[in-house]
Design a protein around this ligand. Structure first.
Ligand code: HEC
Length: 416
């Protein structure tokens, strides 16, 4: 019954992400710009920097928003567990992520409290920066997890090789998020510059320069990061919606960059409202882009097979495949078809069937080409190269030479 609810759950979690990411961006962006602006202000005694820092801290999302941030993240991690039960990420891990986020928010608020009581000493800065770094670290982990959704074929191996959790695609996703943060923050900085009935002209100009410094590098980096993300995603994930959303993001980034530098080129006051709204609009586009990538990879096929993984953990499968025959190691015949069949059933069959495509291609379509060439089949199993763009790459399964030999002979014995 739960499975029937999943599309609804997925829509719900998308909506929650749409709220969650901009809120997180405000904590990171406003916190960081307030700290840096204040630090500079203390060095060069420029009072505009202090004023900007004070305004940002004053309007930093409060404790209730912090709770909302935690609640929405917790909710979505829970939906993720329901939606992808095969994703082998322990509950403790989720708890740690939430804990680090909570203490990051708390530290930023603590440093705000200290600054508002004029404790402008290194300690207040230190905890502020640690708080921001903690929140950023949480999004690094979460977005690496999003990269994982593009490579379901690695899930069964995560327990043994936790480093598979980190991927270049995850790094690209994180970079993209961190490039959206300054764009939104620049919009807020500009809005603060126009605050009050009678805004100070000099302060407004200061915020215009500040917004350019904050957002322009990020806006220039965004297209490169998007292309990097596409390049590190499996070709299987590429789809028209994905490419279209990517193009739209790049166009919007260019547009904000143009509007942003206008006042510097003598084009009148910055259009703060426009920049803030585009900064905000980039987030939903980016969330949809990420989901468009995953939607193609996570077909019902991969999901079903993943459910299968969960029922038979890899250790158990490897255990039954390698323990029993150990005693008769010396007496083992050169070609051990029975062993090959066991390896096939316990390991390969989760991703392969003879007559139909599962996660990997059907054996009927690939094994015959290795006929008479057992060594190249063994080479492939030992060290799988990327072959067919319609499939994700086959992971390296870390089998012993004996198992590789046995399963290769077994597969070839099945085609004639
Ligand atoms: C986690 C999933 C997974 C497991 C487990 C797995 N494979 Fe694969 N296999 C794949 C995928 C995905 C491909 C397609 C790779 C490509 O075309 O780049 C593939 C492709 C292959 C191919 C075709 C290579 C070619 O030349 O096109 C062979 C042969 C193969 N696997 C053998 C095995 C054997 C033997 C085992 C067990 C020891 C095994 N696989 C276990 C996912 C898996």
């Amino acid at each position: 019954m739960l499975l029937e609810n999943i599309p609804l759950l997925h829509i719900l979690s998308t909506l929650v992400w749409l709220l969650h990411f901009p809120l997180a961006a405000l904590f990171i962006g406003m916190g960081l710009v307030a700290l840096i602006s204040r630090l500079y202000g203390q060095l060069d005694r420029e009072h505009h920097r202090f004023r900007l820092s004070d305004l940002l801290l004053e309007r930093l999302p409060g404790f209730k928003s912090g709770l909302l941030l935690l609640a929405t993240l917790g909710l979505n991690l829970w939906v993720l567990r329901l939606h992808y039960p095969a994703l082998p990420i322990p509950f403790l891990y989720w708890l740690v992520v939430l804990g680090v986020l909570a203490s990051g928010v708390w530290l930023i608020h603590l440093s705000r409290y200290l600054f508002q009581r004029q404790f402008n000493d290194p300690f207040s800065y230190l905890i502020g920066f640690i708080g921001v770094a903690q929140i950023a670290a949480v999004y690094f982990l979460i977005l690496c997890g999003a990269g994982l959704l593009l490579s379901p074929e690695t899930w069964p191996l995560l327990g043994q090789q936790p480093l598979l959790y980190l991927s270049w695609n995850g790094v690209a996703q994180f970079g993209q998020f961190m490039a959206l943060v300054p764009t939104l923050t620049a919009g807020i900085v500009l809005l603060l510059g126009r605050l009050g009935d009678n805004p100070c002209e000099n302060f407004r100009r200061f915020t215009e320069r500040c917004a350019v410094v904050v957002a322009l590098p990020a806006l220039l980096a965004l297209p490169a990061l998007l292309v990097f993300g596409l390049n590190t995603a499996p070709t299987l994930a590429w789809s028209w919606p994905l490419i279209l959303l990517l193009a739209l993001l790049i166009v919007l980034a260019a547009l904000v960059a143009l509007v942003l530098v206008q006042p510097l080129l003598g084009g009148g006051p910055a259009r703060s409202g426009l920049i803030a709204s585009i900064g905000l609009a980039l987030f939903p586009l980016w969330v949809f882009k990420t989901i468009a990538g995953q939607a193609v990879v996570l077909t019902p096929y991969t999901l079903d097979t993943s459910l299968l993984y969960q029922k038979v953990p890899l250790e158990a499968r490897l255990g039954t495949a390698s323990k029993k025959p150990v005693e008769k190691e010396e007496k083992a015949p050169k070609i051990d078809l029975a062993r090959g069949e066991r390896v096939f059933k316990s390991i390969c069959a989760t991703c392969h069937a003879w007559d139909k495509k599962v996660v990997g291609p059907s054996y009927a379509s690939v094994v015959p080409k290795y006929k008479g060439n057992v060594d190249s089949l063994k080479d492939f199993i030992r060290n799988p190269a990327k072959i067919n763009p319609d499939y994700p790459a086959m992971p390296n399964l870390g089998l012993s030479e004996r198992d590789i030999d046995a399963v290769a002979h077994y597969l070839l014995s099945q085609v004639n």
